[in-house]
Design a protein around this ligand. Structure first.
Ligand code: PMP
Length: 433
C-alpha cells in the first residue's frame, strides 16, 4: 500500500540534502563545539554556519540566534525567560538601565500552541496578569481588540504567526508596528521630562511570535515584522527533530531556564547538538534558496521560489477542499482559505468523531490528524476551534489535512476518492445520523 502523508503540520519528512549535511557531524566531526582544540573548532564551524544561515533568513545578527531543543523550548524560554528577568532586580545589558514594570502584564491569544499557553498559565498562578485575546470566526486575532487589551503595565506580547490547527495567519506585522509606536511614544514622553527627575528610560513592550508553522510559507524577516523574539522548529521545515531557534533581539532581557555550561551566551546551557544544529541551518538555507531564486539571484540547484511553492501547495489544497465539498454532504470547512497558509484544510464532518475518521483513513494508508487531543483519558475538543466559536460537537468531528513540499496531485485524487465511502459508512454507524 502506497502511504499518503497529509500531516505536515505535525512534522515533515527530512530533505535528503539536510540529512547529507548532518552526516559528517555524527562520526567524523564529532567534537564538542565548546572545546578549544581542533575537534571542537571543527564542530563549532558547523554551528557558526548554521547561526549565519538562520540570521540571514531572519534578517538579524548571528549573535541574536539561540539554538534550542525545538519550538517548545523556544516558546518557554521567550515567555518565562523574559518575565522572570523583568521580575528580577538586576538583569544585565542596556535593559538594566530601564525603569522596571513591577507587575508585568502579558498579552497572548487564545489559539496559541500549549507551549505558549502552559507557561502563561503557570506564570498566572504565580501572580502575573495574562490576557488571552479572542479570535474572530476565521481564527484571526482582531487587531482592535489587541489594541484595547494593552495596559500601562503590558510588558510582553506573544501572538503566533500561523496557527497550527487551522492555518490562520495572524496580523503580526500590524501588532509589531502598534507596539513599536507605543514604545516610541513612551520614550518621547520620557525625553520631555526634566532630565533630573525623569529617572531611567521606560521599559518597552517586548513582542514574541511563534513562527513554527509559518517559516515554509511567509516572510519571517524580524525587522519587517517588528518582532523582538521569534521561535522556529527544525522538524516543521524538512529539518531534524529536537532542534529549534529562538531569535532574541539584543537587549531583550532574558533569564535562562536551564543553568550549566554557559553556552549560547549563558541563555541556553547544554552541549551543542551539532548535527541537529547543522541540519536546521541547512533546512533554513533551502528555504532561503527559494527566496533567492525569486529575487533573480539564481543559485545552483536552487529549489522553486517560495511563491511558486505556495501556489503549487494551494492548488492541491484547493483541489482537496473542492473535492470534499462536492462529494460529501454536511461538512464544514474550518480553515478560511483567504486568511490561511496554503498547506491547511481543517474540516468537520458532521455526525462523525474525528478520531474514527483518522483511524479509518490510517487503515487506508492516509495520515491526517484530528482537532481533538486525548487529555487524561478524556477526549477534549480543540481549544482553537472552540475559540473560533465552533460548537463542541462540530469541533469533535474535525480533521486537519496539512499538505507540504512533497504532496502530489495523485495523492489528493486518491484521498478524494476514498474519503466519501468512509464518511458514509461511519455516519451509518453513528447514533446521531
Ligand atoms: N508551536 C507550534 C505552532 C507548533 O505547531 C509546534 C509543533 N506542533 C510547536 C510550537 C512545538 O514545536 P516542537 O515540536 O519543535 O517542540
Amino acid at each position: 500500500m502506497n502511504k499518503i502523508y497529509l500531516d505536515y503540520s505535525a512534522t515533515t519528512p527530512m530533505d535528503k540534502r539536510v540529512a547529507q549535511a548532518m552526516l559528517p557531524y555524527f562520526c567524523d566531526k564529532f567534537g564538542n563545539a565548546s572545546s578549544i582544540h581542533n575537534f571542537g573548532q571543527t564542530a563549532m564551524a558547523g554551528v557558526d554556519k548554521a547561526r549565519e544561515q538562520a540570521a540571514k533568513f531572519l534578517n538579524c545578527e548571528p549573535d541574536e540566534i539561540v539554538f534550542t531543543s525545538g519550538a517548545t523550548e523556544s516558546n518557554n524560554l521567550a515567555i518565562t525567560g523574559v518575565i522572570k528577568a523583568l521580575l528580577r532586580q538586576d538583569f544585565g545589558g542596556q535593559a538594566s538601565k530601564q525603569q522596571r514594570i513591577k507587575n508585568p502584564h502579558i498579552i497572548t491569544s487564545s489559539i496559541e500552541h500549549p507551549a505558549i499557553l502552559e507557561p502563561c498559565k503557570k506564570l498566572e498562578k504565580e501572580g502575573v496578569e495574562v490576557t488571552y485575546l479572542p479570535v474572530k470566526s476565521n481564527g484571526v486575532v482582531d487587531i482592535e481588540k489587541f489594541k484595547k487589551a494593552i495596559k500601562k503595565n503590558t510588558a510582553l506580547v506573544s501572538v503566533m504567526h500561523v496557527n497550527n490547527e487551522v492555518g490562520s495567519i495572524q496580523p503580526i506585522r500590524e501588532i509589531g508596528k502598534t507596539i513599536k509606536k507605543i514604545n516610541e511614544k513612551k520614550l518621547k514622553d520620557w525625553k520631555k521630562l526634566n532630565p533630573k527627575e525623569r529617572g531611567e528610560k521606560p521599559q518597552p513592550i517586548y513582542f514574541h511570535t511563534d513562527a513554527t508553522q509559518s517559516v515554509n510559507y511567509l516572510n519571517c524577516d524580524v525587522r519587517w515584522n517588528y518582532v523582538d523574539m521569534l521561535s522556529m522548529s527544525g522538524h516543521k521545515i524538512q529539518g531534524p527533530k529536537g532542534v529549534g531557534v529562538l531569535y532574541v533581539k539584543t537587549d531583550v532581557p532574558i533569564e535562562p531556564l536551564q543553568l550549566g555550561g554557559h553556552q549560547e551566551n549563558g541563555v541556553r546551557s547544554g552541549t551543542y547538538n551539532v548535527p541537529a544544529i547543522v541540519g536546521i541551518g541547512k533546512a533554513i538555507e533551502l528555504i532561503e534558496n527559494r527566496k533567492a531564486k525569486k529575487q533573480g539571484k539564481k543559485k545552483a540547484g536552487a529549489a522553486k521560489s517560495v511563491e511558486a511553492n505556495n501556489l503549487k501547495i494551494a492548488k492541491l489544497r484547493n483541489m482537496l477542499v473542492d473535492g470534499i465539498i462536492k462529494n460529501i454532504p454536511n461538512v464544514v470547512l474550518n480553515t478560511d482559505r483567504k486568511n490561511a497558509v496554503p498547506s491547511h484544510a481543517n474540516f468537520s464532518f458532521l455526525g462523525v468523531e474525528g478520531e474514527s475518521i483518522l483511524i479509518s483513513l490510517d487503515l487506508e494508508g492516509v495520515a491526517v490528524s484530528t482537532g481533538s487531543a486525548c487529555a487524561s483519558g478524556k477526549l477534549e475538543a480543540s481549544h482553537v476551534l472552540l475559540a473560533m466559536g465552533i460548537k463542541q460537537e462540530i469541533a469533535h468531528s474535525s480533521i486537519r489535512f496539512s499538505l507540504g513540499k512533497y504532496t502530489t496531485e495523485a495523492e489528493i485524487k486518491k484521498v478524494i476518492k476514498i474519503l466519501p465511502p468512509i464518511i458514509k459508512k461511519l455516519r451509518r454507524m453513528s447514533p446521531e445520523l
